[in-house]
Design a protein around this ligand. Structure first.
Ligand code: G3I
Length: 374
């Protein structure tokens, strides 16, 4: 019998036997190996949490999350549109809940994200004068970072500030505040919370051109005498084209600048992409067609096995750099919650994570665990 069935059959047999033991009910998830335990000497293992998961209302993952992860990122609740919807109006309830949840389970929180051109509150989107943008910018960073001072582990201070060619993205911040907005964002965050780790986060920065743009940013921040602690490579890759060599080169390059590297939004999409390049800009979308949604009911085992090998190869590389890589965060817990079900095409069925729609482990989960047992 192929290994994959024997492992799952073993889990079923053990759980069934235990569940007949009087007064003892253990779910299949509870006897799983734990990612955070398996990699505890290597790097933090995190997940992006939805509002439902923060409120522990996602029944399938309530036990799984604290069992598997020792770091959490707010998928959405700390973004400006959610936390600062109007001038002088902040909505901290959800972010406070995340902080309390993480404290309860002794998880490190990565705040995502202070300065991003996307998900801006409506009152900012229409701003055109530098004074107003600057007032929002300073007030937002000081208020949000100040609220969690000394409690939050790290911040994605600036997210996705680069174009694919490594030049600065023409955002509202660049156009009104000038190039120094990035240095100023890190300066403000450093002052507002001297203890929090400060990161730059972006997608495709394993690619040489965009990597060069990150290096230029880091040198500017350091030359200004401002602190930056690490770089987040988001890690939204196709399962059949994970750019391992480029990832390795970026880890080496960022490490040579004295920075930690993280994979901050890891998911390996199994669906066809509508574009040649590996895109991850949430604001770009594509049109529906059947060919783009090949497996609406279930992921073929052959594809799941290839995805498992891709995850194993990636983790093997990251383990090789466990002194330089400080955290690996999955962009979601289970396939059902992934943003990739609705981007770049709405209403698809994607399978990018380690746990399926019932929050049960896929081949990819076991393949990642297994590389530490070799
Ligand atoms: O909360 C509202 C809800 O009240 C409303 O009914 C619903 C329908 O309009 O929208 C809900 O907000 C959605 C939010 O996710 C929470 O579900 C937004 O419309 C939707 O745009 C938002 O998508 C998020 C996206 O960033 C934009 O913020 C995705 O969940 C999230 O996975 C994705 O994550 C980004 C990272 O932050 C940065 N890197 C790329 C990554 C993928 O785009």
């Amino acid at each position: 019998m192929p290994a994959k069935y024997s492992i799952n059959l073993f889990v079923v047999v053990v759980v069934t036997a235990i569940s007949f033991y009087p007064g003892k009910h253990i779910s299949a998830q509870q006897i799983l190996p734990s990612l955070k335990e398996v990699f505890k000497k290597d790097f933090l293992i995190g997940a992006a949490l939805s509002s439902m998961q923060i409120y522990e209302k996602d029944a399938g993952s309530v036990k799984l999350i604290p069992q598997q992860f020792n770091a959490v990122t707010a998928e959405n609740v700390m973004k400006a549109a959610e936390i600062h919807p109007q001038w002088n109006v902040y909505q901290f309830e959800m972010a406070d809940k995340l902080m309390d949840y993480a404290a309860r389970y002794r998880m490190k929180v990565n705040g995502h994200t202070l300065v991003w051109h996307s998900q801006l509150p409506v009152f900012v989107q229409h701003m055109r004068d530098a004074d107003s943008v600057m007032r929002f910018f300073v007030d937002h960073i000081n208020t949000v970072v100040g609220r969690y001072k000394g409690r939050i582990y790290s911040w994605d201070v600036v997210n996705e500030a680069l174009e694919e060619d490594g030049t600065l993205r023409r955002s509202i911040f660049l156009e009104t505040l000038g190039e120094d907005y990035i240095v100023n964002a890190f300066r403000l965050a450093q002052k507002a919370d001297p203890k929090a780790k400060l990161y730059y986060n972006d997608y495709n920065i394993e690619q040489p051109l965009k990597r060069a743009g990150v290096i230029a940013l880091v040198k500017k921040i350091k030359a200004a005498g401002v602190r930056i602690d690490g770089i987040g490579i988001q890690g939204h890759w196709p399962y059949d084209a994970v750019p391992l060599q480029y990832i390795e080169e970026s880890i080496q390059a960022f490490s040579s600048l004295g920075l930690e590297t993280m994979i901050t939004e890891l998911d390996l999409s199994v669906l066809p992409g509508p574009w040649e390049s590996n895109e991850a800009d949430i604001n770009k979308t594509a049109r529906w067609n059947e060919r783009m949604n090949p497996w609406p009911d279930a992921l073929p085992d052959t594809v799941a096995q290839i995805q498992a090998k891709a995850y194993a190869s990636l983790f093997t590389l990251l383990l090789k750099y466990n002194q330089q890589v400080s955290r690996i965060t999955f962009w979601g817990v289970n396939d059902g919650q992934s943003w990739l079900n609705d981007w770049p095409i709405k209403g698809r069925t994607n399978y990018p994570l380690l746990f399926d729609r019932n929050s049960l482990p896929k081949h990819a989960f076991y393949s990642v665990i297994e590389i530490k047992r070799k």
